[in-house]
Design a protein around this ligand. Structure first.
Ligand code: HH2
Length: 394
């Protein structure tokens, strides 16, 4: 029978020694004090790979018995809150999750995996890479390059060959100061490209739009995800349309609109304010009938933020996990990279790689990038370090 005990003080020291760890290691943790520990014994099955990944993804430390029958799990309250909101539905483990939630007085809900383009996406196993395809004349880094259908499809094909998990197609630049594009023009730019990429390349596609009519047409043309940079604030119909379409939706934080967002962005404290904004967007989506497993959140780097706001959000990205949704990080070639390095858009690849690695360390689930091949390699190294090496085994 599996037993789960919340371990503190001497009990925690005993747990460490049962697992064969040194007293000094235990003493360090007992003194540190802020971690909530749970000692699970009597495990008959090996820990499923997926649960391993979820624990790591949420920043839970694990000490395991060599034979796999016992495990000591430790994490701060916010890490447990994030994990319990997304605890994988694995036989035998639901009881453990429930016991831990009860001991900590935290909400307990089993969140299903996200169904994306006909596949199950198990968040936490690895970082997914979204390749950017802007079919616009004026995007800040690739404007005008892929307006032609053939060029757009060829670029998508290249990004897929380099390892992109999906392609984000956008028909309106949201760079600072950009003017909105009429709906008819955005439809004309986006729909044929989505259709061609889905049909010819069998690719998974997200549509970067805040207009519900564009989202609907793109999903009907084969897009599998909606990417709304306004977090449902740009079009009052978007929440209902997303619920009706039943596809995942990325809710991004923005202060103001693309036209005015960089004029004078202000926060008393950027992280809690972004968290609150994202929670409001997610609650609005849920109220309209969007299923919780279809919500993905994004802090919106550069969307109504000064350099110091962007850097703080990146350094504290892991705090977004407390919302209980997968997290997307979009830093690619942005001014936050350019400002630190004093370099133009064309010379921001290495700086972007640094932000991508830091995003993985901050538990991002998806990174949105222009330079797919380089960032896939960056993600692999960061994943191997942060997702796979945090388990301690005797
Ligand atoms: N950034 C841009 C556009 N869409 N979507 C999400 N979810 N997150 C982001 O950070 C994000 C986004 C801006 O980058 P880009 O598409 O390269 O430029 P432009 O808006 O000029 O087309």
């Amino acid at each position: 029978m599996v037993t789960v005990v919340q371990a503190k003080g001497e009990e925690l020291e005993r747990a460490f020694s049962t697992l064969g760890f040194l007293n000094s290691e235990a003493a360090l943790h007992v003194e540190a004090g802020r971690t909530e520990w749970f000692f699970c014994r009597g495990l008959t099955e090996p820990l499923p790979r997926r649960l391993h990944a979820a624990l790591i993804g949420e920043g839970i430390v694990r000490y395991e018995a060599a034979d796999g029958t016992a495990i000591l799990l430790g994490g701060c309250r916010s890490a447990w809150r994030a994990l319990l909101a997304r605890f994988p539905d694995e036989p035998g483990w639901t009881e453990i999750g429930e016991r831990i939630a009860k001991s900590l007085g935290l909400p307990w809900s089993l969140r299903a995996v996200t169904r994306l383009a006909g596949e199950d996406w198990h968040w936490g196993e690895r970082t997914y890479v979204m390749g950017i395809l802007n079919v616009t004349p004026d995007s800040f880094s690739d404007g005008g390059k892929y307006l032609d259908l053939g060029a757009a499809v060829a670029h998508a094909e290249k990004m897929l060959a380099e390892g992109a998990d999906f392609i984000d197609v956008g028909g309106e630049s949201t760079r600072p100061g950009a003017d909105p594009v009429p709906e008819s023009e955005e439809l004309r730019r986006v729909v044929p490209v989505v259709e061609a990429i889905v049909k010819r390349l069998s690719a998974r596609v997200s549509v970067d739009t805040y207009k519900s009519a564009v989202a609907k047409a793109a999903v009907e043309a084969g897009a599998a995800v909606i990417n709304d940079v306004t977090g449902l604030r740009g079009d009052p119909r978007m929440a209902e349309v997303a619920a009706e379409l039943g596809v995942p939706i990325i809710l991004q934080h923005i202060q103001g609109s693309p036209k005015n967002m960089q004029q004078d962005p202000r926060y008393v404290s950027v992280v809690p304010e972004v968290l609150q904004g994202l929670k409001d967007s997610a609650d609005r989506a849920l109220a309209a009938g969007v299923r919780p497993e279809n919500i993905i959140v994004d802090p919106g780097f550069g969307f109504g933020k000064r350099l110091e706001h962007n850097l703080t959000l990146l350094a504290r990205l892991a705090e977004l996990r407390t919302l209980g949704y997968p997290v997307l990080s979009g830093t690619s070639r942005k001014s936050m990279v350019g400002a630190v390095l004093g370099l133009p858009v064309s010379e921001r690849v290495e700086g972007t790689a640094a932000t991508v690695a830091l995003s993985v360390a901050g538990r991002a689930d998806i990174v949105r990038v222009h330079d797919v091949g380089i960032m896939v390699r960056t993600v692999k190294v960061a994943d191997a370090t942060f997702r796979d090496q945090l388990v301690v085994r005797r």
